[in-house]
Design a binder for this molecule. Sequence first.
Ligand SMILES: [Zn+2]
Length: 344
Amino acid sequence: MEAVVLEKKGLIRIRDIDIRENMGPDDVRIAVRAVGVCGSDVHYYTHGGVGPYVVREPMVLGHEASGIVLEVGKHVDTLRPGDPVCMEPGIPDMKSRAARLGLYNLDPSLTFWATPPIHGCLRESVVHPASFTYRLPPSVSLGEGALVEPFAVGLQAAKKAGITPGDTAVVTGAGTIGLMTCLAALGGGCSRIIISDRLQPKLDLAATLGPIVGVNIQKQDLKEIVAEYTDGWGADIVFEASGNGEAIQGTFDLLRPGGCVVLVGSPLEQVQLPIVTAQAKEARIETVFRYANVYDRALSLMESGAVNVKPFITKTYPFNRSVEASEYAAENHPETVKIQIIRE
Ligand SMILES: [Zn+2]
């Protein structure tokens, strides 16, 4: 089938690839329709790897996907051909110890689309377990459906924070995940978000999404602004979504005593944490690895209108221009949040 293949670092080609997928009784076959270009896809393209995951053989890119059900296995009674759906890209072994604990995202044997050596979903069709395939409500478009994946990361962060209604949160980093975390935190009951970044267009966009205050750290002091909004007490929650070492180290300075820091961004290098500063506030520290059990919640929030992810779709490309889309994404335009590839 036709697919977008990362042949090796720096080389993407649209070509035929032989992928044989057996339809099991609990699976569905889905025609892929919208796929978001993720930072990880771009990193595999520009660097040939992300941390321990190195591209050694040609790999189909893409993991943020929606599509239309083509065919269902004989045990599947929750979905029908023609249903618009989005797919959770990580498939755990549901008999694993992690899955039995409700932590299926942490199953060491989990396979995840476009994480070497597993092929991604930028191709004609995929076979996927029905239990990790979610029907889109009529009001949620295929483009929005493909945004459920990055939104799920924000929801996982909101869940781990244990938000109390009326909390004030800080989000450091206004990339896709930072912006998604803002929406998830508002959906989860935060009354105000203060978001920081260096790129003004991202902050300007954030400010249109709700009670969100943008702080440009090139010209403003984040700590001072957080103090202003919280009467010097500090934020209830700090979501660290930049992965930047300095930002990570500064999180505890923004936090109120007894507050929670959620580490969402992944730093590329080792970062030292100021443990004593954290201890002096009895800070709770949470971490996030992808997500579990949030896709249905993401769709509920979108359907009800509590959350609107549409402003994040900056640009779409047809499938036959996928190489161009990847190149554009790699250029890191400050006004770009999400590029999507559409298969008609
Ligand atoms: Zn992604």
